[in-house]
Design a protein around this ligand. Sequence first.
Ligand SMILES: *Cc1c(COP(=O)(O)O)cnc(C)c1O
Length: 410
Amino acid sequence: MTKRNRPWGYQDVNEAAEPNWQLHPDTQAIRGALARTGFGETSEALFLNSGFTYDSAEQAEASFKDETEHFLYSRFANPTVAQFENRLAILEGAEACFATASGMAAMFASVACLVKSGDRVVAYAAMFSSCYVVLTEILPKWGVNTVLVEENTPEAWAKALSEPTTAVFIESPSNPLMEITDIRMVSDLAHKVGATVIVDNVMASPVLQKPLELGADVVMYSTTKHIDGQGRVLGGAILGSQKYITESVIPFTRHTGPSMSAFNAWVMLKSLETMSMRVERMSNTATAIAEHFENHAAINRVAYPFLKSHVGYELAKQQMKGGGSTVAIDFKGDKAAVFRFMNALQVIDISNNLGDSKSLMTHPASTTHRRLSAEIQAEMGITPTTVRLSVGLEHPDDLIKDIETALKAI
Ligand SMILES: *Cc1c(COP(=O)(O)O)cnc(C)c1O
């Protein structure tokens, strides 16, 4: 493993000396793409610098011509960010990754780098509200035609994907109701009409679902969520083939500048080390909570993909290794009753983030999905009595007790 300790040196991941067996992903999360400087630091170094120097004008010229490997400027690439990108790519099973300043920067760039005026984009209607705004308001201003699929059935997808299409965007599970889209079915249909399939895999995280193995072309993350997972920094990532990243994403992001900060990349590089433990624990606790409250008298419906009552249950079991950390709960009664319940919580915080080690609850209709009309909210299954619970790392007994106690306030 000597190459890892070479005097300066971030070398190509593939070149890094590794044991002669295939490492388990949990080991890759800690050691994948590890590159050390000559100081032999144990933890990954933080390169908090915007620029880089050259030994000579000739070296600068050669670097800009791509004739020699040298970092040029942190908007293009940075050693700490590169290490985060490479490690995440290994965990995702993707050829390449580009890290961005936020999940929305990743979402926007992943689609915008592909489309031009007149192009057609197909998306499933239930999605994070900012993604909805990008697809139905921002891109259409530039002549992109977005078609929304409203019924998650093979017939509706076949109809939407019966003509040439540039990109397909799906969020599965969807935020907040955890609807499941058949990634393989959609990818097969999309590829027949020439579309690139982009999956927003935020709700599942790289631990629970691998869209590329299910036939998708591109995966995007808000790394703010489970990847940081501790409520500290914003970030995003786009993963796909080397060709897509180098020929489509980078020429777009290099000049539009949504790059991830080196500090955030460093925080998230360390977060990757504990991601699988965290996500598995959150997902197990979320399953326990969903099962515990499913038949409660004050509750109409608990939407969680690993509950047999969920429409996407069979598909979720095929596509995902766990149900995820998000549970949507629809209460009986009215908005005032739901607010009384939320205000009575003593452990779970009221907050619109998700994937945090702290359990958080939000009322989507008045917060995250507020910008969408009542009809669109209804199409997404969001009602005035729906709450979204993001299950954190607290002990399940305390979370169940907190919800049970607050339910008495309804
Ligand atoms: C949070 C989120 C995003 C946006 O990510 P940011 O990091 O907040 O920009 C996109 N998609 C989904 C599903 C999300 O939950």
